[in-house]
Unconditional design. Structure first.
Ligand SMILES: NC(=O)c1ccc[n+]([C@@H]2O[C@H](COP(=O)([O-])OP(=O)(O)OC[C@H]3O[C@@H](n4cnc5c(N)ncnc54)[C@H](O)[C@@H]3O)[C@@H](O)[C@H]2O)c1
Length: 277
């Protein structure tokens, strides 16, 4: 639902606020954009896929402004922040969300050449991208006392949900959240959301020949490993991004990561079916 469609009633939780979301054209990022707009925000997006960028403009009109570019490039972040400020005049929440996956590529089977190529592609997207974005957004966030929000993953907390590259990259994002929360307090709050398995088009890597993979086609029987018993949809996580963007609900939170993973913390040591016997 867009803000234009929002029925008359109490004001949206983000009325008058402006956010910028990377990778806002698909999956979790798109769900956050849709929810932010429904809550009254104006939203800038940095997205590499021109078709997804066009869909955002078609669906949200001038409530959203989209820069087509790559999060691995500093100038793309500068352009998306400038575009958002030109369109909406301020920035309250920056959501570093764009990412790619390694499809659990075997560490041992990669030679040094493939490992280096895959590292460059994945870490530049999943770690350098959020760093460059946060850096570009900071001057505007300082003017509003705004907030930084990072999409982590259950792979930032646990092993086994990806390969070495992806799991290490998401652990690095948690390090980034903690250090930035420390450095930027008390003016800027810095937090993360750690989704578990989510039905999205999450792509792999050119360097490993998996760029065309889509996660939603491969989640298979993973639900039986999740205590709540289902694989999530992207909009199952969107409310947490609203909470972290709204200082009325989260003004005492910084350096935290909110899991949204069906209960991976309480999986226990045996498969649930076995434990229940
Ligand atoms: N799907 C899951 O199960 C899951 C679980 C935990 C965390 N995550 C994380 O959620 C985030 C979003 O992924 P998703 O699952 O929604 O996937 P998705 O592919 O549906 O969405 C990611 C978006 O980011 C864009 N993007 C990718 N690389 C980019 C780049 N270099 N520059 C600009 N845009 C780029 C893509 O075009 C896409 O629109 C990622 O950080 C991912 O690691 C996903």
């Amino acid at each position: 639902m867009t803000a234009q469609q929002r029925p008359a009633g109490p004001p949206g939780r983000l009325d008058g606020r402006v956010a910028l979301v990377t990778g806002g054209g698909s999956g979790i990022g798109r769900a956050v954009v849709d929810r932010y707009v429904a809550e009254g925000a104006r939203v800038g997006v940095l997205e590499r896929d021109a078709g997804r960028a066009a869909a955002l403009t078609r669906d949200h009109g001038d409530l959203v402004t989209v820069e087509v570019g790559d999060v691995r490039a500093a100038d793309a972040h500068a352009a998306s922040v400038a575009r958002t400020l030109d369109a909406f005049g301020r920035l309250d929440a920056y959501v570093a969300n764009a990412g790619v996956y390694d499809y659990a590529a075997s560490f041992e089977d990669m030679d040094g050449f493939r490992l280096t190529g895959a590292f460059d592609e994945l870490f530049r997207t999943n770690v350098l991208g959020p760093m460059l974005g946060a850096h570009a957004a900071l001057p505007a966030l300082r003017l509003t006392g705004g907030t930084l929000i990072f999409t982590v993953s259950s792979s930032g907390l646990y092993a086994g949900g990806g390969g070495t590259l992806y799991v290490a990259s998401k652990h690095a994002v948690i390090g980034l959240i903690r250090q930035l929360a420390h450095e930027l307090a008390p003016e800027i709050r810095v937090n993360g959301v750690a989704p578990g398995a989510t039905r999205t088009a999450l792509a792999g890597l050119d360097a490993l020949g998996s760029a065309g993979h889509r996660l939603d086609e491969r989640l298979g029987r993973i639900a039986r490993h999740i205590p709540l018993g289902f694989v999530s949809d992207a909009d199952d996580h969107a409310g947490l991004y609203v909470l972290l963007a709204d200082p009325r609900d989260s003004r005492f939170m910084t350096g935290t990561v909110l899991p949204s993973d069906g209960g991976l913390e309480v999986r226990g040591g045996r498969p649930r079916t076995e434990a229940a016997r």
